[in-house]
Each structure stands twice: as C-alpha cells, then as structure tokens.
Design a protein around this ligand. Structure first.
Ligand code: ATP
Ligand code: MG
Length: 343
C-alpha cells in the first residue's frame, strides 16, 4: 500500500493511484474552498446564520397540542444524548413543515431544510468534486453535508416520501441508521478518504403525506421508513383552532373565518374525504380580507386545484355557507368575457 505524505491516506494500492490522488483528490493539497457557493434561500424566517445554515424563527401564531409539545421536548432531550430521527406524518397541509421548523426554532439550532422532491441530484445532497486550474480537483460540500456535520443541527427531509434518487436513498439509509450514522459518499471519499459522519446532537425530521409513499417514482423502502423511531401524526387542528389561526394570521373577522373552516371541514369529513390544506384556507382568508366574495376567495385558491368532479362537490358544499345576499349574487352572475384593453 502507498501512503500520501500530505493527508495521511494510506490505502492507495499503486504508485499511479497515489500520484492521481495527489494530483486530483488530496484534501491537504487542495485549497478547500475556492469560492463559497451562494446561500440557498430556504424560505423560512430566520433569527441568525451559523455558517451557511440558518436558525429558524418561531412563529408566535403556530398552535400545537399539549401532548405533541411534551413529546417534542422528549425528542429534543433524547437528541442531546444521541442523534434522533423523527417522522411527522399526516394529510396535505396540516402544518407538518411548519411543525418541523418550530422544533428547530425551539432547539435554536442551525437548520437545513431539504426538499426531497425538488432536490434530485446526488450533488445537491452530498456535494461534488470541483476542478480548478490552480488546485486541481477538490470537494465542495453541499448544505446538507454541512448540516449533517454540524453539532446540534436540525436536518429537515421535507416531503421525504417523494424522494426520487435511489443512490441518495442509500446514503440516507446509512446516515439514519442508529448503528451506522455514517455514509461513504463518492466525492467526499475521493477527496478525503473519509465517510460522512453524523455529528453529535443532530436531529433528522422527515415529513411526509400519509399515503404518498406510493406517489414518488421510487417507493421508499420499508427499511428507510422504519428508521424513524419517533413519529408524530399531524391531523388538521380542531375547527376552533383553525378559526383562531385564520384570524390571527390574516385579520379576517371571526364570522368569515368560521364559514371558511366549516366549508373545509364539511369536505374533509365525508366518506371520500377531500384534503383542504391550511395553506389554501389562509390564502382564501387573505382574499376575503381584500374584499373578495367567499366563492371567489375559495374558488381561486382551494377549489381550482381539485379535479372537476370534486370541484362540483366543493361548490355544492360552499352553498351551505352562503349568506342570502351572497347566494343571490352568485345566482345572478353571468360570466362576461372582455378584451383586457377595456378593463
Ligand atoms: N397549527 C397551526 N398553527 C398555525 N399555523 C398553521 C398550523 N398548521 C398549519 N399552519 C399554517 O398553514 C400553512 C401550511 O402549513 P405547512 O406547509 O406546514 O403544511 P404541510 O403539512 O407541511 O403541507 P404539505 O402537506 O403540503 O407539505 C403554513 O403557513 C402554516 O404556518
Ligand atoms: Mg410540507
């Protein structure tokens, strides 16, 4: 075996590989960062940055059930002993991602939110090898790798069941395994000869929609789902809490908030439930505050996203929430199409 005198890597089988290692991969011979990659916007409010990671800000209007709050504190305490995995599972738009960010905010920890659906390439997850004329090849860590290696970090695997990339899944499988907690990642191994190791105090939180583990291109293995020993099921908050959330966050009056929530609940609680997300309701409430008719507020947010069959069902359910005046207004409307120039 040949040994690199610069970095100490000692399992290079031939002189030729040693030369190649020194020329292209040796971390000690490479200038680590040529230019820091730009910080990726993750879209949540932050209190501070730790390196390229962000500490999320708590949302004072986020409502949480007492038992869930107590469970979160237990998981946080367990994470101080050894890295933990927590799954947050539930229907569409119940506040799963928001809960994950609240947990990170409660810990005050540097956080990385990886969107499993949009983040597809291995490079985005595990970093990449870069070539620079002066230093040759070197390893550029991804934000995910930076988070995994940061003590006390929270790593959110958002919409985890929509993970597309099988090789990324394999790497995550090892990082999430209590007994392993390290993964052999090609670009990192080439450059440093070391695996990626989960730092102390790291909390992985995966969110996924119930049932949607079948909608990704690659089904998540039972194996990987089984890695999550801590699980929180998130239903929609109770109706009165939803009303309170809508009023606090949008300023909508209580009467209108109640009507929006009643509409949503009437669809969620049928034989074939239709998921109406909190996001959709909040947006409809904002539009009512802007003066929109309740029909338009819901039609251009929640209802238009449904299949035509379900749209008919939703509009029928909405009838039950109209005031007499609103009902007349809808009944007497005739659609008018005009050129934009006359508006
Ligand atoms: N309990 C709650 N208290 C206050 N706001 C909430 C609550 N639940 C959800 N919201 C708000 O509703 C919106 C949608 O929540 P979020 O995106 O977290 O849902 P989700 O379950 O992750 O959705 P999806 O299934 O589409 O990923 C956010 O603006 C969030 O702040
Ligand atoms: Mg989400």
């Amino acid at each position: 075996m040949f040994k690199c005198d610069a970095c100490g890597l000692d399992d290079l089988p031939t002189q030729k590989m040693l030369d190649l290692h020194k020329e292209r991969y040796c971390s000690a011979l490479a200038v680590k960062q040529v230019a820091a990659p730009p910080v990726k916007e993750t879209g949540f409010q932050i209190t501070q940055r730790v390196g390229r990671l962000e500490v999320p800000k708590s949302d004072p209007d986020y409502f949480i059930e007492d038992e869930v709050a107590a469970e979160i504190d237990r998981v946080i305490a367990l994470t101080e002993q050894t890295p933990q995995n927590l799954a947050v599972i539930g229907p569409k738009g119940t506040g799963k991602t928001a809960l994950s960010l609240e947990i990170a905010a409660r810990r005050g920890s540097p956080t990385y939110l990886a969107n499993a659906y949009s983040q597809r390439s291995s490079d985005e997850w595990f970093g990449r090898e870069m070539v620079n004329a002066e230093v040759g090849t070197y390893y550029e860590p991804s934000l995910f790798v930076e988070a995994v290696e940061t003590e006390g970090a929270t790593v959110i695997l958002n919409d985890f069941a929509l993970m597309q990339n099988k090789s990324v899944q394999n790497g995550l499988n090892d990082l999430l395994d209590d007994r392993v907690r390290e993964a052999w990642i090609d670009p990192l191994y080439h450059a440093t000869g070391k695996p990626l190791r989960v730092a102390a105090g790291v909390l992985f939180i995966a969110t996924w929609n119930e049932g949607s583990e079948y909608t990704g291109n690659i089904k998540l293995s039972a194996n990987i789902l089984d890695r999550f020993a801590n699980r929180i099921y998130m239903p929609y908050p109770p109706a009165d809490t939803q009303v309170e959330v809508l009023s606090r966050k949008t300023g909508i009056d209580a009467g209108n908030a109640v009507r929006l929530v009643k509409f949503a609940e009437s669809l969620r609680q049928t034989d074939e439930p239709i998921d109406i997300s909190m996001r959709g309701l909040l947006q409809a409430a904002k539009k009512m505050v802007m003066g929109a008719h309740i029909r338009d507020a819901l039609y251009f947010t929640v209802i238009s996203g449904l299949t035509t069959d379900l749209q008919t069902k939703a509009l029928a359910a909405l009838e039950g929430q109209y005031t007499k005046v609103e009902k007349e207004q809808v009944a007497t409307r005739t659609p008018q199409w005009r050129p934009v120039s006359v508006r």
